[in-house]
Design a protein around this ligand. Structure first.
Ligand code: ZN
Length: 427
């Protein structure tokens, strides 16, 4: 597999820089995140005004959070946004009040089953406010009066998203999408952002055939906004992936596109099988991340979702436990390598036609056997025979690799060698 040595540590460092920023679906934290990404890769930031209609939705107001706390009778900040971004319900409306614990309680969110974790809660599409805290801490809060402050406002502004295009030599595009709206959560979204940034950097040096379009946007509303503004462009998207949860220590999870048999589905499954790492594959469901929007029936784009641990299925998910320790440089580096290997397959997957289809050509006479080297000569011979046999114009190299149960790179190299001896031509 193609690795980028040292990238795991560098990706983890980028995550550590982005971790303290309080992001939301709009506002300063999201903008600051995009500005940081723009220092790594060429990023065009788009600003879409609040109130803009995007299909059935409306671009929301901008959320600005300055401070938030709950003070006890002695004036101590018992819940303090300055200590953790997750303490305030994201997108809370402002509040300033005194109330009893009983009155405050409906606004406090905890996880009784995970008493030390602060949950992540949002109130994007209904006006409310609240705080999140460890259940153990709530249990220790005495009855009495509390002073509550959320110094925030919601005002007409913009929704921001960033786009990085690595131009290709041909007209086809690959879409890579990451949500960038979660505050202080590492695996769920910062890992996807970091892997995407480093993949974009690696591709920029490779002069690819496809154009690779990386989008960093707020979940759901950002993807809907992007699609509504790029409807005329989506026809050139041949493959796509949503990236998230790529830094934890679990095996890989791949969620197929709605089509289920798109080339990107075959490419990811092929790479995961041949890397030998633990993985599982899920069929598409209209639940999860922004693949829901890309795979909506009016678009039906071939976009899958690449994860390690599946969102919602691990205890750290959407809690303060999804922190810098939960994501590992090694996992990030392996995720990047898998992604780049998938790109390699998409880049080199072609369909050929056997120019000598009546019986096998004499490979020995052409020096095609003696030119082989390395430890897997038998595999290389087999690959040539499979490529010759299945290159009838209907099978691309990836389907040949699957049928032959050989690594794609070996099959692609066999095709290159056969084409160089005029035994194959592009179909
Ligand atoms: Zn999430």
């Amino acid at each position: 597999m193609i690795g980028v040595p040292g990238a795991g540590v560098a990706m983890h460092a980028l995550i550590a820089e982005l971790y303290p920023i309080c992001r939301s679906i709009t506002g300063a934290g999201l903008r600051q995140t995009l500005a940081r990404i723009a220092r790594e890769i060429p990023l065009v930031v788009h600003e879409v005004p609040s109130g803009t209609r995007v299909f059935d939705w409306t671009v929301p107001r901008e959320w600005t959070i300055r401070d938030a706390w709950v003070r006890d009778a002695a004036g101590r900040r018992v819940i303090d946004f300055q200590r953790h971004n997750l303490h305030v319900v994201n997108y809370s409306v402002p509040v300033r009040a005194r109330m009893t614990l009983a009155e405050l309680r409906p606004h406090l969110h905890t996880l009784p089953d995970q008493p030390d974790a602060i949950p992540y809660r949002t109130s994007y599409y209904k006006e409310s406010w609240g705080f999140c805290l460890a259940h153990r801490q709530l249990e220790q809060m005495p009855e009495g009066e509390y002073e509550v402050c959320i110094d925030a406002d919601l005002h007409d502004g913009h929704l921001s998203y960033g786009e990085c295009l690595v131009p290709g030599s041909g007209p086809d595009e690959v879409l890579i999408s990451c949500h960038a709206c979660h505050p202080s959560l590492c695996d769920d979204n910062l890992s996807g952002i970091a892997v995407a940034v480093f993949a974009a950097r690696a591709l920029a040096q490779a002069r690819p055939r496809h154009s690779f379009r990386f989008v960093f946007l707020p979940g759901t509303i950002g993807a809907i906004t992007w699609l509504s503004r790029n409807e005329d462009r989506v026809g050139s998207i041949r493959h796509g992936l949503v990236l998230t949860c790529l830094g934890d220590r679990g095996g890989f999870t791949y969620k197929r596109s709605r089509r289920g048999n798109a080339p990107v589905d075959a490419a990811v499954e092929h790479v995961l099988r041949h890397t030998g790492t633990a993985h599982r594959t899920l069929d598409f469901s209209p639940y999860g991340y922004d693949e829901r929007q890309y795979n909506s029936p009016g678009f039906n784009l071939p976009v899958g979702c690449l994860m390690r641990s599946e969102h919602g299925r691990f205890p750290q998910y959407h809690t303060s436990l999804d922190d810098l320790d939960f994501v590992a440089p090694r996992s990030l580096e392996e995720s990047l390598a898998v992604l780049l290997a998938v790109f390699q397959v998409l880049e080199h997957n072609r369909t050929f036609r056997n120019l000598n289809p009546k019986c096998e050509p004499q490979l020995g006479r052409r020096g095609l056997y003696s030119g082989l080297g390395g430890t897997d000569i038998r595999q290389q011979e087999l690959a040539m025979l499979w490529v010759l046999n299945l290159s009838d114009g209907d099978h691309d190299l990836l389907s040949i690799a699957q049928r032959a149960d050989l690594p794609f790179a070996v099959v692609a190299e066999a095709a290159r060698r056969l084409a160089a001896h005029d035994l194959l031509a592009p179909a």
